[in-house]
Design a protein around this ligand. Structure first.
Ligand code: 1HN
Length: 348
């Protein structure tokens, strides 16, 4: 609204690099967070043909990585999936190398389909199988190679929206397409595989988990060991956190990773959290009611739950468990003293 006789002092203030706080106060100090992100679901069945299309038409010499970014309609510029987090779907085909590079951002991959690819992380080859979680913590060299026949597809997760917002982004090419192998294959996974016994000679304990791969076979063993005996959470069902063996805390300083098993007909309690999260359906059918929107999911779909937005998870199958992998920025929120959660009424 333009005033008839605006106080000329306002224009003068702007020229002097200042602003009147009283005009901004309500927006800057809202009663509670209002995420710019919206609840959203990406259908794997609809995206997969495009991944395969670009696997045929675009070489890895033309693209640093062949990835479809999962962009939240509310977070287009800079592109992000939810606040502070990014997700994408990457495809690599037989014989290809995604060249070696490193960046300040933390990253991980959750394998969706295919066999025969490996990632080399700081000189160690780490094989990928569906359901595996592979870490590439910040500033670790990584390249991917695929020696299998069928295309290999995985979910990439990065914290670059946060790192760039903090103006801490660095990126470097290795110089050769693939790293030289300097450590035994899979050693960073093997030497931690018996959770209670860790390599005590490793004295250099960084801020991220030292484990290269959290294999799906171990997740299955964990769920099998629990069986049907666990009470689980009213919100999340039987939910397991992937941990950093040095700390028992999240795998990366900026991202925590969990996997849920929702029993048949499970209808979770509604909750809102200041953390934002991204969810990937490993297998099963269900619905997430997020901010009053119904996101009906199927195998391998991905969906976004913005911060401070009501969320309830429903397994619509009468007979089968649903498995959902999720990651969130909860470690960031907790380390800054900003984490809150609140159980709320179920949504209509
Ligand atoms: C990246 O380095 C990878 O290494 C995948 O596979 C996705 C998205 C944004 C920035 C860097 C990878 C990425 C990425």
């Amino acid at each position: 609204m333009t005033q008839l006789h605006p106080d000329p002092a306002y224009a003068a203030l702007q020229d002097l690099g200042t602003a009147p706080l009283w005009k901004y106060y309500g927006e800057l100090f809202a009663a509670e967070p209002r995420s710019a992100a919206v609840p959203y679901l990406w259908s794997y069945a609809r995206l997969r043909p495009y991944l395969l299309h670009f696997a045929k038409t675009l070489s890895l010499e033309e693209a640093e990585r062949r990835v479809l970014m999962l962009i939240n309609p509310g977070l287009q510029d800079p592109p992000a999936t939810v606040n502070s987090l990014y997700a994408g779907l990457q495809v690599i085909v037989s014989g290809e190398t995604a060249q070696a590079h490193r960046h300040a951002s933390n990253a991980f991959r959750f394998v969706i389909e295919g066999e025969g690819a490996y990632t080399t992380v700081n000189g160690e080859r780490i094989h990928m199988r569906p359901g595996d979680l592979l870490l590439t913590p910040g500033w670790h060299w990584h390249d991917h190679y695929h020696e299998g026949d069928e295309p290999m597809i995985w979910l990439d997760a990065l914290d670059y929206p946060l790192v760039n917002a903090l103006e801490a982004g660095f990126f470097e090419l290795y110089g050769e397409r693939a790293q030289k192998v300097s450590r035994p294959d899979g050693i960073s996974t093997r030497q931690f595989v018996h959770g209670h016994l860790v390599p005590a000679w490793e004295i250099d304990r960084g801020s991220s988990s030292p484990i290269g791969n959290y294999p799906w076979s171990e997740v299955e063993r964990a769920f099998d060991a629990i069986g049907d005996d666990a009470e689980g959470s009213a919100v999340d069902g039987v939910v397991l956190e992937y941990t950093n063996p040095w700390t028992g805390g999240p795998v990366l300083p900026t991202m925590s990773c969990r996997v849920r098993r929702l029993p048949p007909k499970f209808h979770g309690a509604a909750i809102r959290r200041t953390s934002s999260s991204v969810h990937h359906v490993i297998r099963g059918q269900g619905t997430a009611i997020v901010g009053g929107r119904r996101l009906d999911w199927n195998d391998k779909d991905v969906f976004a739950v913005p911060g401070w937005t009501a969320c309830e998870l429903i397994n619509t199958s009468e007979t089968d468990d649903t498995y959902v992998f999720s990651y969130s920025n909860e470690p960031v929120m907790r380390s800054l003293g900003l984490y809150r959660e609140e159980l709320i009424e179920r949504q209509k």
